[in-house]
Ligand binder design. Structure first.
Ligand code: 5RP
Length: 268
């Protein structure tokens, strides 16, 4: 692997082999998502606890301080919306020159395996890899399901992750699912987990993240379950404890509760 590629990969995957990416790209098809109306304010207290931000160029330029940032994974696919015809019909929205200009650590795009736009999204990935490899920029493939949440099963996700890796993705982002080991087992590059819509409780989040980590995930790319929580910093620190400090679910949950009650006392 060339020096540039290695250097960028090591900004993403930490020396323990794990990572905590914080995605704030949701607005590219959802508009002003709850608690991400002002992305700069949302991420400010969370930056010390994550390893990289997943973001579009528009929000990066307008909301993130270039002098005080984390490594950037630039979202470069889009062109669809929640109210449009089909979320799977994405194209590449951002050039590789722009990624270089923004000094990003990686770029990310979605693929939609099994959808009407499977072919287009997979060629988007392959073409992006062709260009990005020239510059030593890793591509993270997001195995997206659009509104078809029922697709979040091991067999489908394993298929999508493997295809993404075969086409050259250096990292694959997918959903946590039961039997997560079978997803990781067939994927030769690091697999990170997204959360999807916010879970009912923090314990549920810590449990699925821990299960994924125990079953071979490299880490998370977790958004709404962090910044839509009433105590986002406490969730981020509890997740960090599982991802980077080998904490048990109980230890992480205790940490969450003690940080939460500390915050509440400060407010009184
Ligand atoms: C949106 C994305 C998000 O980065 C991804 O879904 C992670 O966020 P969340 O944990 O909120 O699902 O790719 O398309």
């Amino acid at each position: 692997m060339d020096w540039g590629m290695q250097n960028r990969m090591s900004q993403l995957i930490q020396p323990d082999g794990h990572c905590f990416f914080l995605p704030i790209d949701h607005g590219y098809f959802q508009g002003p998502t709850r608690r991400l109306e002002k992305p700069g304010e949302t991420v400010k207290p969370l930056l010390p606890y994550c390893d990289a931000l997943f973001v579009t160029r528009g929000v990066l330029r307008s909301c993130i301080d270039p002098a005080n940032s984390k490594p950037i994974i630039l979202r470069v696919s889009g062109g669809t919306s929640m109210v449009g015809q089909d979320l799977a019909n994405e194209g590449i929205t951002t050039s590789v020159q722009e990624a270089v200009r923004l000094n990003v650590a990686a770029v990310g795009l979605s693929i939609f395996v099994g959808s009407e736009y499977e072919h287009d999204s997979l060629l988007n990935l392959a073409n992006l890899v062709n260009e990005c490899e020239e510059y030593g920029i890793p591509v993270m493939a997001v195995t997206a399901v659009g509104t078809e949440l029922k697709k979040r099963k091991a067999r489908y996700l394993a298929l999508s992750c493997r295809i993404a890796a075969e086409l050259g993705a250096r990292v694959v982002k997918t959903y946590w699912c039961e039997k997560f080991d079978s997803v990781v087992h067939g994927c030769p590059v690091p697999v990170v987990m997204a959360g999807g819509p916010k879970c009912e409780t923090e314990l549920e989040v810590l449990e699925f993240v821990n299960d994924g980590m125990q079953n071979g995930a490299a880490g998370v790319n977790l958004g709404r379950n962090v910044w839509q929580n009433d105590h986002p910093v406490a969730v981020a620190r509890a997740l960090r404890a599982i991802i980077h400090e080998n904490a048990t679910v109980k230890e992480a949950h205790d940490l969450f509760n003690s940080l939460k009650s500390g915050e509440q006392q400060k407010r009184r």
